[in-house]
Design a protein around this ligand. Structure first.
Ligand code: SF4
Length: 460
C-alpha cells in the first residue's frame, strides 16, 4: 500500500505558514458559500435535480457522447477521441504545429493538468502559458497547484510578490504586495501573450450533447480572451462533462458559482458551438478524453465520482485538506474528491488516499451534486490492500455489538486489560494487529465504570 500521503501530510503539518494560509483561505470561502447557499429555498431540490441529471449522463454516456460529436461537427468543430492522456497530448501538439504555432495560451483546466499537457508540450519544444492568475503564479513558481479552484491557495500575497519579482521578466520595478498592484502586473504580462497567441487550449465545465456546445465558467476574463482571440482553439474535455440538454445548464449555473467561489453568479460564462465566421476562432477542435473514465463508470458505487463539477466545496470543508493542503495528496485532484477519484483513475496507485478522511461527512453535506463521498471512500477502502482485514474486523465488531452479553464481556475485558494505562487518558501504542490503528491515532482508555453500571448504581 502506498504511504505517500501519510509522509507528505506529516511534512505539511510541520509548515505553520502553509496551515495559516489554508485556514484563512478555506474559512473565507466557506463563509461566502454558506451565505449565498442560504439565500435559495430550493437548494436541496437543485442538488437532487443535478444528481439525477448526472446519473442519467452516466447511464447514457456513449449515446450522449456520439450525439455531442454529431452536433458539434455539424456546427463546424472537429471532434477527436482520446483514449488516454498521451493520445490527447499528441493530438493537441499536432494541431498546434499544424496551425504554425510554437506556443499556446491556456484557460485554467483540470483535464489538461491531469494529462500533464504542459510537460508534454515542453518535451516537444512547445510552450503552454497559463493565463488564470493563480495558475500563472504556480507556473512562475515552478510549483504544482494545491487546490482545484484556487491553485495558489498555499501562497500569501507577500510570497506572490516575491515570485513575480523573481520570475516575471516584465514585472514592474518596486512591485508591492498590494493585491491591486499584483493583479495589474499580471494583467499587463498576460495581455501581451493574448495579443500574440495563435492557438488557445481550454477545458470545459460542461459539454451539451443536444447542441454540441461547450461552456467555460470563470471569474477573470482570461478565459474569454483565450476563447475568442486566437484563430485556433483546442478544448480537451473529459467525457463525464456531458449534459443531455441545454436547459440543464439552468440547474448547474445556480449550483456551481455558489459552491465554488461563493458568488450568486460568476463574472464570465462563455458558451460556444462549433465555429462561426467572423466571430472567434476559425478552427475549433474538441478532444473528448476518456483516460480511465469508462473503467470508473463500470463501478456502480465509485462512478458517483464522475458527477463532480469541480466546484471544490468539499476541499474547503474537509478537516484533513485544511491541515495538509493539496500537495500532500500527490495528485492533481486533492481533497475529498481526489481521495475518491485519483485511486479510480489510476488503479493500483493512490490506494492510501481513501484513508485521508475522518469520514465526518462534511463533504457530502456541501456537494452540489450530492456525491456520497464517505460511501465511496468506504467502498474503496474495502477494495484496497487492507480491505479484507478491515471487513473482517468490522464483521467481528458487528457480531459482538449485536449481542449485549458479549458486548458487556468485551468491555469488561477491555477495562481489565487497559489497567496499566489508567490515569494517562490515552493508549498511544497497541500490539499488532491493533497497532495498525494506533499508528496514527491515540485510543482513549476505557473508563473504570461503564455507563450502564453507572446508571444502575444511580437508580438504586
Ligand atoms: S465532489 Fe462535489 S463538492 Fe467536491 S469538487 Fe466535486 S462537485 Fe464539488
Amino acid at each position: 500500500m502506498s504511504t505517500a500521503f501519510p509522509k507528505a501530510a506529516k511534512v505539511a503539518l510541520g509548515m505553520p505558514q502553509l496551515r495559516s494560509n489554508l485556514a484563512h483561505a478555506t474559512g473565507t470561502i466557506r463563509g461566502k458559500r454558506a451565505k449565498v447557499v442560504g439565500e435559495l429555498d430550493d437548494w436541496e431540490r437543485l442538488r437532487d435535480t443535478a444528481a439525477a441529471i448526472k446519473a442519467d449522463v452516466q447511464h447514457r454516456m456513449p449515446e450522449l457522447a456520439v450525439a455531442f460529436e454529431r452536433n458539434a461537427t455539424a456546427a463546424g468543430a472537429t471532434v477527436h477521441w482520446a483514449r488516454d492522456g498521451a493520445e490527447a497530448n499528441r493530438i493537441a501538439a499536432r494541431i498546434t504545429r499544424d496551425a504554425g504555432a510554437e506556443e499556446v495560451v491556456k484557460v485554467k483546466s483540470m483535464a489538461t493538468q491531469e494529462i500533464e499537457l504542459n510537460e508534454h508540450f515542453a518535451a516537444e519544444g512547445l510552450s503552454a502559458w497559463e493565463t488564470d492568475l493563480a495558475e500563472l503564479i504556480v507556473q512562475l513558481a515552478d510549483d504544482r497547484p494545491s487546490h482545484i479552484l484556487v491553485p495558489a491557495i498555499h501562497y500569501n500575497r507577500t510570497e506572490i510578490r516575491d515570485i513575480f519579482r523573481g520570475r516575471m521578466a516584465d514585472a514592474p520595478k518596486g512591485l508591492t504586495d498590494d493585491p491591486a498592484a499584483l493583479a495589474e502586473a499580471a494583467r499587463l504580462h498576460l495581455r501581451r501573450r493574448f495579443l500574440s497567441a495563435k492557438v488557445a487550449v481550454s477545458g470545459a465545465n460542461f459539454a451539451v450533447a443536444e447542441t454540441g456546445s461547450l461552456v467555460v465558467v470563470e471569474s477573470e476574463g482570461n478565459g474569454r480572451m483565450c476563447l475568442t482571440m486566437p484563430e485556433t482553439l483546442i478544448s480537451i474535455v473529459g467525457v463525464e462533462k456531458l449534459l443531455p440538454r441545454y436547459e440543464d445548464l439552468e440547474v448547474f449555473m445556480q449550483l456551481l458559482p455558489r459552491s465554488s467561489t461563493g458568488e450568486r453568479m460568476n463574472p464570465y460564462t462563455s458558451v460556444w458551438t462549433g465555429a462561426t465566421e467572423g466571430d472567434g476562432p476559425k478552427d475549433v477542435h474538441i478532444i473528448l478524453l476518456d483516460n480511465g473514465r469508462t473503467e470508473v463508470l463500470a463501478d456502480e458505487v465509485g462512478r458517483q465520482a464522475l458527477s463532480c463539477i469541480r466546484c471544490s466545496a468539499c476541499l474547503n470543508v474537509c478537516p484533513v485538506y485544511e491541515r495538509t493542503g493539496g500537495h500532500a495528496y500527490g495528485h492533481v485532484y486533492p481533497g475529498p474528491i481526489g481521495a475518491i477519484l485519483a485511486p479510480q483513475l489510476e488503479p493500483g496507485r493512490h490506494d492510501d488516499l481513501p484513508y485521508a478522511s475522518s469520514l465526518c461527512g462534511a463533504c457530502y453535506e456541501v456537494c452540489p451534486v450530492k456525491i456520497d463521498i464517505p460511501e465511496v471512500l468506504v467502498h474503496l477502502r474495502q477494495q484496497g490492500p487492507h480491505g479484507a482485514g478491515e471487513k473482517a474486523a468490522m464483521g467481528a465488531a458487528e457480531a459482538v455489538m449485536a449481542r449485549p452479553a458479549l458486548w458487556r464481556a468485551a468491555l469488561a475485558a477491555a477495562r481489565f486489560l487497559s489497567r496499566p494505562w489508567r490515569g494517562r487518558g490515552f493508549v498511544r501504542r497497541l500490539p499488532w494487529p491493533a497497532s495498525k490503528w494506533t499508528v496514527s491515532r491515540d485510543m482513549p482508555v476505557p473508563p473504570k465504570e461503564s455507563f450502564r453500571d453507572w446508571w444502575k448504581e444511580r437508580e438504586r
